[in-house]
Design a protein around this ligand. Structure first.
Ligand code: ACM
Length: 508
């Protein structure tokens, strides 16, 4: 790795040739498929700059490396210096470790306006991250326009007030209504903007749990034989709603209609159907749900959920797509074509990989970016486990139990997830995401040694000498190394820390 270039994520190989020359903005870009997907070779020499990519994405990632070589001002929206920058003569040979290098943004708990999403796509591209997973629906809001079911956004996208922080006595409320949604054209724009940057947008429509906003909009989607769903509103506080979808044919047909519009908007091969944290109390009490279990010959409510997931697995496969869901979709039996997003330690991911399913690792004990970045009580909203920059730098997507086995390649990548119960604005998203997303990008792109052998001091040096300046030029309100600026704190907003559980591979 070149220390002079201070590149993040670190490339596989940098060979300095000595000397520097002016960059006049011209790049010879060539595709040579023998290099492999997303790989590139960047050469800066006296006769100019050449990028050979294994595909167009590889060329694009090569351009991101070139941008870092140009200096921080290359990350501004417009050039502020008419003089050509000087580039070091060198060759960079590079390729990603993982095909799925993702970031999940929860735009359901707090809506993030379209412009802010577009800006975040730029930040992902600068870090060679290639998947933006949008968590579009939850108990607290429905954020995607569905033409055939307009109340999903007319009703489901709005809540009258919002719980401030998590827990605390007395409860604190932001009494302003909160909401918003993306029109279908907004989403087309986001998808196209991301595609220009070789980023795939993966939509998530969470079912059958985390669905109170949908039930508030269309009470017939809920378990009407056990709860007065017409009296439900969009959830205003946090935690998991017990008000889940009914397992009736009419509900399934409704969601097929939703997904038809989703497929029309999102060309992504993978479509996320959630599947997490579905509380089964209503199904246990509901005569209609119990009749469904009996009619289908299922053992219990877990198998009922599995039956729903399998339905959508088949439905998506018939349309050339693949289902991905949170690791709870393993309960009651995993659908044959499903891929698993593993968030509860590594266990579900290991089981899924061993059973031959593709896995994206995003354990909350490692890469949940709503969790605090230090144990400083001034961290804006004390929540979750402490995941420091160094912890994230040492994140390893492939656990030892899979490493070196034939199942290792089932781990197609990893993802950092930013839930937004206590993250209410673009500035808070920036603060929670950065600088940790830079460390995450290196953990999923670069060919690093095992977690214990990673040179965090070198990463920190590259951050200090180059990358914070790039983030400044991008206009990202990151967490400074010494802790939050006074205006980044949220004094008095209660949180919920998860205690001191640290990862060991034994309990992972
Ligand atoms: C999750 O954190 N409920 C996937």
């Amino acid at each position: 790795m070149s220390s002079e270039a201070n590149l993040i994520p670190a490339p596989r190989r940098v060979e300095p040739h000595g000397g520097v020359g002016p960059f006049l903005g011209e790049v010879r870009a060539i595709v040579d498929t023998t290099l492999g997907p997303e790989a590139y070779r960047l050469t800066v020499a006296a006769d100019g700059v050449e990028i050979v990519g294994g595909d167009e994405a590889g060329v694009f990632w090569g351009r991101q490396t070139l941008r870092q070589l140009q200096g921080p001002d290359a990350f501004r929206q417009a050039s502020i210096d008419p003089a050509p920058t000087e580039l070091p003569y060198l060759t960079v040979e590079d390729a990603p470790r993982f095909a799925w290098r993702g970031f999940m943004l929860d735009v359901a708990r707090h809506f993030l306006p379209k412009d802010d999403v577009l800006r975040f796509v730029d930040a992902l591209a600068a870090h060679k991250l290639n998947v933006l997973h949008l968590h579009l629906t939850d108990d607290q809001g429905w954020r995607i326009e569905i033409k055939r079911h307009p109340k999903l956004t007319e009703v489901g996208a709005w809540r009258p007030r919002t719980k401030l922080g998590w827990g605390g006595e007395p409860l604190l409320w932001d009494e302003r209504p909160h909401g918003g949604f993306y029109t279908q054209d907004d989403l087309r724009e986001i998808v196209a903007y991301a595609a220009e940057r070789h980023i795939t947008v993966v939509p998530e429509i969470d079912l059958p749990g985390h669905s109170q906003a949908a039930v508030a909009a269309y009470p017939e989607l809920g378990n009407r034989d056990v709860v007065d769903t017409a009296a439900l509103g969009v959830k205003t506080d946090w935690g998991i709603s017990p008000h889940v979808l009914s397992p009736l044919d009419s509900t399934i047909a409704f969601y097929e209609g939703v997904l038809e519009e989703v497929l029309d908007l999102f060309p992504s091969r993978f479509v996320h159907i959630g599947g997490d944290e579905c509380l089964k109390d209503e199904w246990r009490k509901s005569p209609a749900a119990q009749a469904r279990i009996a009619e289908l010959g299922l053992a219990d409510e877990d198998e009922l959920q599995s039956w729903m997931i399998r339905h959508f697995d088949r439905w998506l496969a018939a349309r050339g797509r693949r289902l991905i869901g949170w690791d709870e979709i393993l309960q009651g039996g995993l659908a044959p074509g499903a891929a698993v997003m593993c968030w509860r330690w590594y266990r579900g991911g290991v089981a899924a990989a061993e059973a031959g399913h593709d896995v994206v690792m995003c354990p909350q004990q490692e890469v949940y970016f709503d969790h605090v970045q230090s144990d400083d009580p001034r961290e804006p909203v004390p929540f979750g486990w402490v995941h420091t920059l160094e912890d994230v730098y040492r994140f390893e997507p492939v656990p030892p139990s899979l490493a070196g086995t034939p199942h290792e390649t089932r781990v197609i990548g990893a993802q950092a997830n930013l839930w937004t119960e206590v993250v209410e604005s673009r500035a808070r998203v920036d603060y929670q995401a950065f600088p940790r997303l830079a460390a995450f990008a290196e953990a999923v792109w670069s060919d690093l040694p095992g977690p214990g052998d990673r040179d965090f001091a070198d990463f920190a040096r590259r951050m200090d000498t180059a990358h914070y300046a790039r983030l400044d030029a991008l206009g990202i309100a990151y967490r400074p190394p010494g802790g939050p600026h006074p205006w980044q704190r949220r004094p008095g907003i209660p949180g919920r820390m998860h205690g001191s559980a640290r990862k060991t591979w034994e309990n992972a």
